[in-house]
Design a protein around this ligand. Structure first.
Ligand code: HEM
Length: 215
């Protein structure tokens, strides 16, 4: 692969990673609400959320691997895990590394969720709210295309989607219909607001732990 091809692939993969991350923050919020979209119930949103998260890891892997081979960026393996030490635009590249570290923690704790418990998983999962603006800063500061209209328009679209989802998350009415359990295909019981089946104890209804990654 020529140096030019590596560079194009790296940039393309970075852009798709950013799109997926933004979509994922929004999908995580929708999954957490327990509500779906028209034609897509809540548990399906949670499934798409998980799949998009894993896809973003693949794309991020391509982004980093091609940049490691890129003769211009001259990144080293430590630059990929230790923020702010890279020779190439250390601050902006460091934000990318920070986003990667946060993302890695989110994915690993989601995979180990049943072992570490819901509380610890949740604390780490909240760092997605930090990883997203950090990766926006990285894309705007580091990218060759950061001054172009298309990249700015794409970032603006990401900000609108995530900003809208966040505003809903912080609103008083967020998730209230989730109190009404809905039937989930394949399960005998109803499903919870974050894709966990509900069990009923007396008058109270509480979720039971399963291996869901929805936040
Ligand atoms: C969640 C994590 C990350 C996301 C979402 C992301 C996304 C992006 C985006 C959108 C760009 C701009 C591409 C363009 O201008 O067309 C970019 C550029 C860049 N990224 Fe990342 N990145 C991430 C992590 C990293 C990491 C861990 C490194 C390496 C340590 C890195 C190194 C770079 C470099 C060197 C550039 C500049 C490429 C160029 O010359 O245009 N990124 N990234």
């Amino acid at each position: 692969m020529s140096a030019d091809t590596l560079w194009y692939v790296a940039r393309g993969a970075g852009v798709v990673t950013l799109l997926l991350l933004s979509l994922n923050v929004a999908l995580g919020i929708v999954a957490r609400s327990g509500q779906g979209f028209p034609g897509m119930p809540g548990f399906a949103v949670a499934q798409v959320h998980r799949t998009a998260a894993l896809l973003s890891v693949v794309l991020l892997g391509i982004h980093v691997a091609t940049l490691l081979l890129d003769p211009y960026a001259q990144l080293t393996l430590p630059d990929v895990v230790l923020p702010f030490g890279a020779g190439y635009r250390p601050l902006w590249t460091g934000l990318g590394t920070l986003a990667l570290d946060l993302l890695a923690a989110i994915i690993v704790t989601s995979l180990l969720r049943q072992r570490i418990g819901r509380r610890a998983w949740r604390v780490v999962h909240w760092s997605a709210y930090a990883a997203w603006p950090v990766s926006i800063g990285h894309a705007l500061g580091d990218g060759t295309d950061s001054g172009t209209r298309w990249l700015l328009a794409m970032v603006a679209a990401c900000v609108l989607v995530v900003g809208g989802a966040l505003a809903w998350r912080l609103s008083a009415g967020f998730g209230s219909p989730s109190r009404t359990p809905v039937r989930r295909p394949g399960l005998s019981g109803p499903s919870g607001p974050d894709d966990r089946p509900l069990v009923t104890a007396g008058s109270a209804t509480r979720p039971v732990a399963t291996n869901s990654t929805a936040g």
